[in-house]
Design a protein. Sequence first.
Length: 339
Amino acid sequence: MSNTENQKEKLVEVKNLKKYFPVKGGLLQRTVGYVKAVDDVSFDIYKGETLGIVGESGSGKSTLGRVILRLLDPTEGTITFEGTDISNLRQGKIRPLRKDMQMVFQDPYASLNPRMSVGELIEEPMLVQKTLGKKERKEMVIELLQKVGLGPEARLKYPHEFSGGQRQRIGIARALSTKPKFIIGDEPVSALDVSVQSQVLNIMDDLQDDFDLTYLFIAHDLSVVKHISDRVAVMYLGRIAEIAPKHSLYDKPLHPYTQALISAVPSTDVTKKKEKIKLTGELPSPSNPPTGCSFHTRCPHAHDRCHVERPELTDMGDGHFVACHLYTEPEPKIEPETV
Ligand code: SF4
């Protein structure tokens, strides 16, 4: 991946971000509680990097992506893009920023209007932004189709004439048409066959260098996230359990939840024998999360403190942060797993 010298320049800053959805109940449909989909999340995304976000479904990762792009309004906290606080900007003021921040969705078919030709679909964001004339738009459509590995003739066809992988390439070309700086991929390869997944990931990788892009890549599959990311954040019940450079996280996961997730990924190295850590229980409801550490109902290392005190993300050095009491006690209770 592109780790350039400007890696440490921040493009996006997320601080204490919360997104709560009200739960209605009773005859009068009053608010009786909240689903805490994103609950006090903070991190930075540096220019040119790919930050991967992994978590089970219901962990809040997709909501987080939508709030960062302001497709959903935050409940609390700030989102800063290129030094501008965009958390409370009205939609009218967000619109000009849309050209710099785009999203690639999981289901390219649902996100592409079936009545529009591929050329029209890729051209549409340019028309909205009014940045280019007709001739330049046409040239841009052809260039983008070539960049994603589809020929110029594809612009005259319709989405149903393409395979799932090709449709995702069209979705990527459309997202690139306004020359964005930042792209959020929300499970962009999850609906594709494994063989097609790596083709699309490689295209995204190449485009990152060509277009100087920064990615936030959301997925539930740890292998997919590993393939494309520079750093990885693990989410559990709306919070970040651990965030670290890719190799640090995959080789020495610190959080018991990350350790369990990584132990379940089949190893390609036959010399490395891994013991699978089994998690008991289901993901609790985000409308009624456990007290203290929200992972304590499933954690093999849970102790008294975990039931009452919420662990904060703690700096373990070299950009590796973990939210777990095991690492903030005078006598550490476990050694990091070597996976
Ligand atoms: Fe497990 Fe306690 Fe660490 Fe939470 S804080 S992950 S319950 S050991």
